[in-house]
Design a binder for this molecule. Structure first.
Ligand SMILES: CC(C)(COP(=O)(O)OP(=O)(O)OC[C@H]1O[C@@H](n2cnc3c(N)ncnc32)[C@H](O)[C@@H]1OP(=O)(O)O)[C@@H](O)C(=O)NCCC(=O)NCCS
Length: 159
């Protein structure tokens, strides 16, 4: 059985992450954007999920910004060949655990209204819809659903 590890993002992960971004997002972040997150943004935390036997290969990554006691998820993605194998769920749960272990009390994110896979994943982790940002995404003017997860409700959620 495959064992996975979750670790912090490093500079050497960034080219792979930028390649995955291009494959999975209509408006991918650039390598420069991730470098800036890592080097210049003290609020940013990025986690990588990899096969323990191949730790240098990024299978999934996710990031958040710590703003007061809130964790704002910036992005979460699984490389296309590894999607649908519970890795997104595993990484999201690690991000939530990281947040609660680092004194955050709430997590929030925006997700495209048509991204049913991601919405399902967030709901299963306990996130609830809190509103819509109309035309939030520049290309296509697609709406975003705003979701929140509150720490005190966590014990009731499926993990
Ligand atoms: C969204 C994403 C991170 C999910 O990761 P994943 O590894 O593919 O998903 P998982 O296998 O961990 O499944 C997690 C949950 O998502 C939902 N899900 C997964 N595949 C699904 C599908 N084909 N249809 C509907 N829901 C699905 C399920 O609720 C699933 O939980 P369950 O298996 O317990 O029912 C991944 O598909 C991805 O990178 N997509 C492109 C980038 C993206 O949209 N990121 C989110 C931006 S907000």
């Amino acid at each position: 059985m495959t064992s996975y590890e979750i670790r912090s993002m490093t500079q050497s992960d960034i080219p792979q992450i930028a390649r995955i971004e291009k494959m999975v997002f209509p408006s991918p972040w650039s390598e420069a954007a991730f470098r800036s997150e890592l080097n210049d943004n003290a609020m940013a935390v990025y986690l990588i999920l990899a096969d323990e036997a191949k730790p240098e290969e990024v299978l999934a990554y996710g990031g958040l910004w710590k703003i007061f006691d809130e964790g704002h998820i910036t992005n979460i993605a699984v490389t296309p060949k590894s999607q649908g194998k519970k890795l997104g769920k595993m990484l999201l749960h690690a991000m939530i655990q990281w947040a609660w272990s680092n004194d955050l009390s709430h997590m929030t994110l925006e997700v495209r209204v048509n991204n049913h896979v991601a919405i399902n994943m967030y709901k299963k982790a306990g996130f609830v819809e809190a509103g819509i940002r109309p035309g939030y995404y520049s290309e296509g003017k697609e709406d975003a659903i705003i979701m929140w997860l509150h720490r005190e409700k966590r014990e009731d959620q499926e993990t």
